[in-house]
Design a protein around this ligand. Structure first.
Ligand SMILES: [Ca+2]
Ligand SMILES: [Ca+2]
Length: 197
């Protein structure tokens, strides 16, 4: 077992191995709750070998999340969450949660730059998102991901972090109704394949 651990720790993580695959930057207040309790960031290991995330960092230029020891299997996802108790109460048990130290890097509800660093300080992924991403053509108000219950999901995990490759989540575990539109309110797919992939 020690031998296996040493081998894994020697795997050099390079850009493209690990990606930011989904974010909940503006949780729906009426059905979910406050941002500082219910925001989360999903990472996906799109490589072929397990990755040790210990020493990696997520930052938006303000606060930093220092990721602690966590082994993410190949083709698997896990989430860094603002508040583990709130997250588990909302989504239920069984979703892999990435342990971190520091202060939650609160995700802007307008636009933000999210950076994922390797343990050696290399930028593994960079997401510059906006609350205009995913705004439906016939909607003049706000995107489903902007406080209406959906998360923002990456469509092609191997593609670029451009607006056309990210979309509000759809059709998964819709526990509420949008008070403005009457539409179902979903909360994304943390730890699971994205609804728009
Ligand atoms: Ca937010
Ligand atoms: Ca997901």
């Amino acid at each position: 077992m020690l031998f296996i651990s040493v081998l894994i720790s020697l795997v050099l993580v390079v850009p493209g191995d690990l990606v930011i695959s989904e974010i909940m930057y503006n949780p729906d207040g009426p059905t979910l709750g406050d941002d500082d309790q219910y925001e989360w960031i999903e990472l996906c290991n799109v490589g072929a070998v397990p990755l040790q995330l210990d020493g990696m960092m997520i930052s938006d230029g303000g606060n930093q999340l220092f990721i602690e020891s966590f082994l993410l299997d190949a083709s698997s996802r896990a989430v860094a969450v603002a508040d583990e108790q709130s997250f588990t109460e909302a989504y239920g048990p069984g979703i892999a949660i990435i342990p971190w130290d520091g202060v939650w890097t609160k995700l802007s509800n307008t636009s933000d730059t999210l950076l994922l660093y390797s343990s050696t300080g290399e930028v593994l992924d960079e997401l510059v998102y906006s609350d205009t991403w995913g705004l439906a053509a016939d909607d003049t108000t706000r995107s489903e991901a902007d406080g209406r219950g959906s998360s923002l999901e990456k469509i092609n995990l191997l593609g670029a972090n451009t607006e056309d490759n990210w979309s509000p989540s759809i059709d998964w575990a819709c526990p509420g109704t949008d008070p403005e539109t009457g539409d179902p309110v979903c909360w994304g797919t943390p730890g699971d394949i994205n609804s728009v992939e």
